[in-house]
Design a protein around this ligand. Sequence first.
Ligand code: C2E
Ligand code: MG
Ligand code: MG
Length: 599
Amino acid sequence: MNERSPGERSDLFAADWASALAGAADAALPADEVAELLAALAADTLAVAWDLPFQPEQAAKIGAALVDASLVDPVVLGRSLTVIRRQLTLDAPAAADLAIVSAVEEAVAAGYIRALRDQTRAETQRSAEELRRGAEARFQAELRHQAQHDPLTGVANRTLFLDRLAATIARPAPPAGPDGADPAAPARRIGICYLDLDGFTSVNDTFGHDVGDELLIAVAGRLRRRIEPAPGLVARIGGDEFIALVEPSGGPDAMVALASDVLTLIERPFRIGQHRIGLTASVGIVERPVAGAELADLVKDADSALYRAKAEGPGRWSVYDAAQQATDSARMALTTSMRSALEAGEFTVVYQPIVSLPDGELRGVEALLRWDHPTLGVLAPEAFIELAESSGVITPLGRWVMETACAQAAEWHRVRPGGAPFISVNLSAQQATDPGFVGDVARIMAATGLPFPLLQLELTESALVGADSRPLETLQELAAMGVRIAADDFGSGYSNLAYLKRLPVGSLKLSASFIKELWPDGPADEPVISALAGLAHRLGLKVTVEGVETIEHARQLSVLGCDTAQGWYYAAAVPGRDITAVLRDPAPARFPRPALPHG
Ligand code: C2E
Ligand code: MG
Ligand code: MG
C-alpha cells in the first residue's frame, strides 16, 4: 500500500478535482477553493478507506460538500465519482478491495443525496415559514380593517374617523418655500358633514330590519362615491349617522355645496328588493382652518349644527355658527332649569293697576310674571315665556300664575268686598288648548273663593284669531261662567274687529308700541284711535290702553274715548301687598299715587 499522508494526497488530487469541476455553473465558492476542499476531503476518505469496518460517513462528506458548494448537478457528481474511483484504484492494495471502491462511491452518492434532500427540506420549511408569516400579516391587516370599519356597510367606523381627524389636526402645515411658511398661501382648512337620516326608525318599523340594513349599505355606497374621490373619508358612527371628513376643504361654500349634493343624492329613491324607498337626511356642517382646531370641538360643533338642521325640518343642512350656538345653549340651560325653578319658588307675580281713564280709579290689576333667577337676576317674561311655551313648561307655570294671582285677588276681594279690582291673567295659546283648563279654572275659583266676574283672561290677538275649535269652546265655556276675556296687544297683528266680535271677547288692550307708533313725538289728535274706540264701543267692547307714561297721554286717550289705561304714569307693576295697602286705605283707590313706583 502506498504510504502517503492525507496532506500529500490532497495536494496530489487537487488538480484532478479542479478539472472535474471545470465549467460547473452556480458554484457558491470559487472553483479552485471547492476543488481544494474536495481534494482534502477525498484525501481524508482515502486515508481511512481500507480500514475495517468501513466508515461511510467520511465519504458521505464529499457528496455533502458538493451540495454545499451548490454543485447540484448529476454531471458534476459523476465526474467526482470518477476522480475518486481513479484515485482509489491507484491506491488499492488488492483487487478484492474494489468492493471498497464501490462502497466509497455509494457513500459519496448517498451523502450527496442526503444533503440535497436536507437542503430541499430546509427550503420547503423556509417557504412554509414565509407563507405563514404572509398569512399572519394578512390576518393582522384584516383585524386592523375590522377594528377600523363598520361591519355592515364597510365604510370607516368612529375609531378610524377619530384617528384620521386627530392625525389631520396634528399634521404640521407643509413648508411653503425655502424661507419657511409662505404668508400668502391660504391656511389649510378642514370640513365635517355630520349626517343623520330623517325618520329612519320608521323605515325599520315599516319594512323590517333586513331592509333597513340594505338601505344603510346603499346610503353608505352613495356617500362614499360622492365624498371619497374628493379628499374625504366617510364613516358610519351610529345607527343611521354618518360623518364625512374633508381635508383640505375648499371653504365653507364648498362644504355647503357638498352637503346639498349629498342631500340630493339621498333623496333619490332607493330600490331595496321589491321596495322603492324615499329618504331624506339632515346635515350639520363645520368648516374651519386646521390651525387651532380642536378635535372635541369639531365633533361637538358638527353635532349641534346637525341638531339645528333637524330642528328646521327634514332634508336640511345647517352650518355651525358660534354666536347662534351660544344663544341656543343659554336658551337650553334656561329651559331645563325652569321646572326646578318653579318648584324652588323662583317665580313671582307682580301686579300693575288698570285704571279708569277719566278719573284714575282702580278697576283691575294685571298679573305679570317675573323670574327671580339666582344668577341672572330678575328676568322679564320676554326672556322666558317663549321658552316655556316651546318646552311645555307653560302649562304648570301658567297654572301656578293663575293660582297665585287668583289667591291674591281673592284677598283683595275680602279686603274690599264689592269694590275690589278684577285680576287680569295672561294666557298662552297652549293653555287654552289644554283640555283640563276649564276644570283648572273652576277648581281655582272654588279654592280661593274668587267670584268669576273678578277674573279676566288676556289672550293675544294672534292666539285668539288662530283659535281652532278647542280654545274657542274653552273661551265660550269660561265666558258663560262669567269670566272676562280680553284681546291683548291689539294693533300688533290682524286688528280684525269684526272677527273678534265672533269670539267671547269683552275688551281690547292696545299695546304700548301701538300707542308709540301713533304718537312718536307725543300726543296729538289721533283719528285712528278715536275711530277704533268708537267702533269697539259699537261692538260692545271696552278699550284699555297700555303703556301710558305721561299725563298728556292719559288726557288725550280719555278725550279720544278709551275706557281704561295701564302704564308707568299711573303705576309700575308692584308686589301684591302694595295693592292690598291701597285697598285697605279708606280713601278712594285712585292713581297715580305718590306711594307707588312709577316707571
Ligand atoms: P302684556 O300683557 O302686554 O303686558 C304689558 C307689558 O307692558 C308688561 O311687560 C308691562 O310691564 C309693560 N308696561 C307696563 N307699563 C308700561 C309703560 O308705561 N310703558 C311701557 N313701555 N311698558 C309698560 P312685561 O311684564 O315685561 O310683560 C311682557 C309680556 O309678557 C306681557 O305683555 C305678556 O304678554 C307676557 N306675560 C307676562 N306675564 C305672563 C304670564 O303670566 N303668562 C303669560 N302667558 N304671559 C305673560
Ligand atoms: Mg297682558
Ligand atoms: Mg298687552
